[in-house]
Each structure stands twice: as structure tokens, then as C-alpha cells.
Design a protein around this ligand. Structure first.
Ligand code: FAD
Length: 386
């Protein structure tokens, strides 16, 4: 069949085919919005989404994030039935490790907040932390924070599930097509220019992850989002089944690991932050990783690494997302800047974007996430960025 003609008009154009764009497109079309067009410059998921470690959690220090995380967990739990797509969800828990009393006090506050919202989280002793995640060295630890419902799943499968469902619901997905400009007339969105032609539209959803600042600037909106490289390594098989290993995080270094079949997937920040769009792998990072491993999982000192990759976090000044409808240009909606925890929020944020577009109350009030907070000195810090 010849490809359908390029769409000259859309009710809404979504920029970005990661989890945010796809989930938003799916929810809009499911709600009956016709002529939804999603434009992705490369392949679906090839931005940050398919570079994620796959962690899914409700464990945040910010109430809105907890609610977005919990709502998304519900979707991940039902993904196979709802989208006819298995996502290899392992609800092995998140375990955060504290090596000082101040962090432990913050964990206690976190438990209070999670409990007040009806979620199961608790602090654990060092012995319990070791029982939950047996590979860890514990000499310097004072305790941990345990969130049993959390875990990890496969980003590629989530992308495939949403893409399939969005297409079925009538979304037009244009891959290999770059958005190059946004036309604004009389203070509102009028059209989107792409490498394949112009699409007239009244509404744009910016779901372009780490690339969102540029896209927003074309519409006259200021989204303070900076790309930050993060790297991952996967070990060779370790000869034992590690699928039950919790998503374990050394809170003071942000070194983390979880089971990946018979191996481990591991991540850690770089010794010096590398901002920008370069996602080449930096061999120096392996030294940083080795130091983190030596400190927290010394028994794995000699383990071989089988694969790895680098991707981009999309950082905002307070490490919290920007979600809202622009004050500056009518018809410009954004959901970006998830600062390294956006994969897990995709399902819920898609629902929120749908409601912002339809002018309905979302299930959680996201107004504190509006970009105007950065102009009003109202930052909203999230502590649990991992
Ligand atoms: C190493 C690593 C580990 C991570 N681990 C986790 C984790 O465990 N859990 C978690 O929740 N999050 C994790 N994240 C963060 C997570 O990947 C992101 O927050 C999330 O994927 C953001 O999704 P998105 O759809 O907003 O952005 P993206 O997936 O980046 O999608 C944006 C898309 O926009 C496209 N685009 C950009 N510019 C244009 C243009 N001009 N025209 C058309 N298309 C354009 C890009 O090609 C891209 O595909 C991790 C990230 C990294 C790098």
C-alpha cells in the first residue's frame, strides 16, 4: 500500500515519540480526539526512553511524583492485558541505602508521606537491607528505605505497546521526521514545520525530552531543561538467578543496580557532570563505576561487563518535571524535564496531557509543576532522583 499523504492539518501535533509522546497520543485518541499526529525525528523510543534502566516506582519525596508514579504502576501492572504486550515487569522493590543519620531522617519523612497517601514503604535495618539485597556490603550503612511494590520493566516493550495502541486508536505516527519550527499567530499556535512539510494545527504537545528547550523556544516558551549524560553497564551472567534482586540504590553516590536475567544492570553518575547531547560512552566512567562497586558490591570486583550504553537525563533546576499549558502562547502544552525519572511516569502523564488539552481536571493537580514556578522563585525540589 502506498504511504498515506502527509497530513496538512492536525487537531494536535505531538513532538517526540518517547514514552511521554506515545502515551499522550494514545490517551488523546482514546478520548475521541481525531487527527492526532505524532512527529518523531528518529525511531520511536530512541531518545531517552529506550536508554532507561526500566525502573518503575512510586517512591518519591514529592507528593505529585508519588501520585504520578503510583498511577503509572497500576498501568504497568495491567499492561499485558490492556495493551496485549508483555513488558517483563518485576516488582522486586526499590531499596535505598543510607550511610548517615541525616539521610535516614529524610527516609523516615518519606515513609510518613508515602503512608499518608496509602502506600507501603518502610525504613529497614541494615540486617534487613542485607537480607533484601544480599550482594551489598553493609559496614558503613545505617539503614535503608524499602518500597516493595516498585521494580523494573522493559522500556522497548512499553514503547511498542503504546505505539500499537495509539495507531489502533487512529494516531498518525511520523517517524524519521524532524520538527524544525513552530508558527505562532496572534499569540497562539498556528502550525508546525517539519522536515517533510508543514502541518497546520491549533495545538502542540512538547514531549521532546532532553530536546524540549529548543522546541519550546520556537513557540516563545522558556523551558529550563538541560541534557545530562548518564551511563549504564550490564554484567556478564553471574551463574545465579538474580531476577529477584531489588532495584538497589546507594543514596550517597547514586550507584544503583538491579537484576537483568542472570546478570546485573548497573548505573552511576559520572565523576564530573557532562551536559550536552554527546552520548558517546566515556571509558573514564568505568573507573567511577568500579569505585562505586568496590564500595557497595565488592564481591563483584572481578565480574566482566557484557554491554552498556549512554543516554540523556533531561534536567531542570529543581529536578522536577515541567508539565502544563503555556501562559505565553495558547495551544502549547508541555510535559518534559523529568530529570531521569520520566520512563516510569509516562502512563500517568499521558492521562494528564489529555486532560490539559481537553480542559479537564487531571487526576492530580499538576499546577505546581508549571514552568512559571521558575519565574516566581517557587522551585519544587525532588530529592529521590536516581
Ligand atoms: C541511563 C538512563 C537511565 C534511566 N533510567 C530510568 C529509570 O530507571 N526509570 C525512569 O523512570 N527513567 C529513567 N531514565 C529517564 C527516562 O529515560 C526519561 O525521563 C524518559 O524516557 C523521558 O521520556 P520522554 O518521552 O519525555 O523523552 P524521550 O524518550 O527522550 O523522547 C523524546 C523524543 O523526542 C524526539 N525529538 C527531539 N527533538 C525532536 C524534533 N525536533 N522533532 C521530532 N522529534 C524530536 C527525540 O528523538 C526523542 O525520541 C533514564 C535515563 C537514562 C539516560
Amino acid at each position: 500500500m502506498p504511504p498515506a499523504a502527509f497530513p496538512a492539518r492536525a487537531s494536535v501535533v505531538i513532538v517526540g515519540g518517547g514514552v511521554m509522546g506515545l502515551s499522550s497520543a494514545f490517551h488523546l485518541a482514546l478520548a475521541g480526539v481525531e487527527d492526532v499526529v505524532l512527529v518523531e525525528k528518529g525511531a520511536l523510543g530512541e531518545g531517552s526512553t529506550c536508554k532507561a534502566a526500566g525502573g518503575v516506582r512510586a517512591l518519591f519525596s514529592d507528593e505529585i511524583n508519588i501520585r504520578l508514579g503510583e498511577r503509572s504502576l497500576r498501568t504497568f501492572e495491567e499492561f499485558g492485558t490492556q495493551f496485549d504486550q508483555e513488558i517483563d515487569l518485576h516488582q522486586v522493590g526499590y531499596l535505598l541505602l543510607a550511610d548517615n543519620d541525616e539521610t535516614m531522617s529524610a527516609f523516615e519523612e518519606n515513609v510518613e508521606l508515602m503512608t499518608s497517601l496509602g502506600l507501603a514503604a518502610r525504613t529497614v535495618s541494615v540486617a534487613d537491607a542485607k537480607r533484601l539485597s544480599p550482594l551489598i556490603a553493609t559496614e558503613d550503612l545505617v539503614g535503608g528505605l524499602w518500597s516493595p511494590r516498585d521494580g523494573h520493566c522493559t522500556p522497548e516493550s512499553v514503547v511498542a505497546g503504546y505505539a500499537k495502541a495509539a495507531r489502533r486508536a487512529g494516531v498518525r505516527i511520523l517517524t524519521g521526521t524532524e520538527v524544525t519550527d513552530i508558527e505562532v499567530a496572534d499569540g497562539r499556535v498556528a502550525a508546525v514545520r517539519t522536515s517533510a512539510g508543514m502541518i497546520a494545527t491549533d495545538a502542540v504537545v512538547c514531549a521532546a525530552g532532553a530536546w524540549s528547550a529548543d522546541i519550546a523556544s520556537w513557540a516563545g516558551e522558556d523551558l529550563p531543561i538541560v541534557p545530562l549524560r548518564r551511563q549504564i553497564a550490564v554484567t556478564e551472567p553471574l551463574g545465579v538467578d538474580l531476577t529477584g534482586t531489588p532495584f538497589t540504590i546507594d543514596f550517597s553516590t547514586m550507584f544503583y543496580f538491579h537484576g537483568e536475567g542472570r546478570g546485573l544492570l548497573m548505573g552511576a553518575p559520572e565523576a564530573t557532570d557532562s551536559e550536552g547531547f554527546d552520548i558517546s560512552r566515556d571509558p573514564d566512567w568505568l573507573e567511577t563505576l568500579a569505585e562505586c562497586m568496590d564500595r557497595r558490591v565488592p564481591a563483584l570486583g572481578d565480574v566482566g561487563l557484557q554491554s552498556g550504553w549512554a543516554g540523556l537525563y533531561e534536567m531542570t533546576p529543581d529536578h522536577n518535571a515541567v508539565i502544563g499549558s503555556s501562559d505565553v502562547v495558547e495551544g502549547f502544552i508541555y510535559a518534559a524535564g523529568f530529570s531521569g525519572h520520566g520512563f516510569l511516569m509516562g502512563p500517568a502523564v499521558g492521562e494528564v496531557v489529555r486532560d490539559l488539552y481537553l480542559g479537564k481536571e487531571p487526576f492530580v493537580d499538576v499546577s505546581p509543576m508549571h514552568a512559571r514556578r521558575f519565574h516566581n522563585a517557587g522551585e519544587r525540589p525532588e530529592r529521590n532522583i536516581i
